[in-house]
Structures are given as C-alpha cells and as structure tokens.
Design a protein around this ligand. Structure first.
Ligand SMILES: Cc1cc2nc3c(=O)[nH]c(=O)nc-3n(C[C@H](O)[C@H](O)[C@H](O)COP(=O)(O)O)c2cc1C
Length: 199
C-alpha cells in the first residue's frame, strides 16, 4: 500500500473477525515498530506479544468496559465514546493479537530535574504509531487501550513484567469486522491546524 494511503486508511477498529494473523505478517509489523526513533537512541523497549486466544481472553477480563449513556451523539467525540466505551473489553477479546510495548523506566515522569521519563514515554508512542501504520499496510485493523485505575497492577501480575518497566498502552490487532463501527474523524489538516512562520 502506498504510504499516504496507509496514513489516510488507518482508523481505530474495535470489532474484529475471528481470524489469525500469519506469523510473518506479525513479525513485519513488530519490526516496523522497532524501527521507531527513540530519545538518546536508547531503544529501551521490550514487547510482549500475545496471540494465544485463551491468554487474550484472560487478559481481556482485567479491562472493564466503560459505561456510556450517549444514545444520540452530536459530535465526532460523542460518536467515538458511544462506539468505544462499551467495547474496551470486547475489542481485546476479539483481537487476534495483543502487543504490550514496555519501556524501561529509568526516570520518574514527575522528576523536577529533568523530563527524561517523558522522553522514554514519547519514544514508545513513536513505536506504537509505527505498529499501527504497519498493521494498516498489512490490511489489519488496530486500536489501543490505555490501562487505567487498577489495570496497570493487574496486567503486571498477569504478564509477570519486571518492576522497572512501564506499559503506556495495549495495542490490539486483527482483521476488521465488515460492519466495524468507526466514528466521523475530527477534521485536522493544513487548513485548520497549521500556522506557517508564526502563530
Ligand atoms: C494517547 C491515546 C490514547 C487512546 N486511548 C484509547 C483507549 O483507551 N481506548 C480506545 O478505544 N481508543 C483509544 N484511543 C484511540 C482514539 O480514541 C482514536 O485515535 C480517536 O478516536 C480517533 O479515531 P481514529 O484513530 O480512528 O482516527 C487512544 C488514542 C491515543 C492517541
């Protein structure tokens, strides 16, 4: 797929078909993630990849679907809430693969003397975006879920990850359901978001 087609096609998908991802496809996507830029060239990432359906379903039990009272959405954000909130668990259960991108947390996020913690966090999101785009190029759907409340601790226990590793997000991949619901995308382009030379 041509690069800008990939950029334009990538959308968050929260409904997946029950279909496995071939190993070579998955490895191309993971390698694309690992090509991302990183602060101080650290590449302090470790990826945990779960493709066993039973393990995926066990992991999904940790994530609680959010309640959503919106029945008649008026904005793209409300459309997204209506689609996304109730699917936070099912989008994991239905996915063919969950990728957990950890980074080694050498510095606290709130360290007053530096912002290196945030740099490592940012580098992990560069990796995440590469994965989302590579998945799109491979004809897959993708979505992320940020662990909240007790989820980080429970996921840590489930994965048995070491103490000094931080998990910014879960990434789910799979073949999109034919009727997967997608909200209207908020308009962001050169016309309404870019200021040339000065604000
Ligand atoms: C930092 C970040 C956190 C996000 N957290 C979640 C999440 O927890 N659950 C979810 O379903 N989508 C999550 N999303 C996806 C957004 O809802 C999605 O990108 C947005 O609605 C725009 O839709 P699009 O990606 O299809 O353009 C997150 C995206 C980002 C960049």
């Amino acid at each position: 797929m041509e690069f800008y087609e990939v950029i334009n096609k990538r959308r968050c998908i929260r409904q997946f078909e029950d279909k496995k991802i071939p190993q070579e496809v998955l490895e191309r996507i993971l390698n694309a993630g690992l090509k991302a830029p990183s602060s101080n060239h650290q590449r302090q990432w470790e990826l945990v990849v779960i493709t066993d359906k039973n393990r995926i379903k066990e992991l999904a039990k940790i994530i609680k679907p959010y309640p959503c009272r919106i029945t008649d959405p008026k904005t793209p954000q409300q459309e997204m809430f209506k689609i996304a909130y109730p699917r936070q668990r099912s989008m994991i259960e239905e996915s063919a693969c969950v990728i957990l991108p950890y980074f080694k947390q050498k510095y606290a996020f709130n360290s007053p003397t530096n912002s290196y913690g945030l740099m490592d966090y940012g580098a992990t999101w560069a990796l995440v975006e590469n994965i989302l785009l590579a998945a799109t190029a491979e004809g897959l759907g993708s979505v992320v879920h940020i662990p909240v409340k007790k989820e980080p601790e429970e996921i840590k226990e489930f994965i048995k990850s070491p103490d000094n590793y931080y998990l910014p997000t879960l990434i789910m991949l799979g073949y999109a359901s034919k009727n997967a619901e997608i909200p209207t995308q908020v308009k962001a382009s050169v016309e309404n978001k870019v200021h040339f030379e000065k604000w």
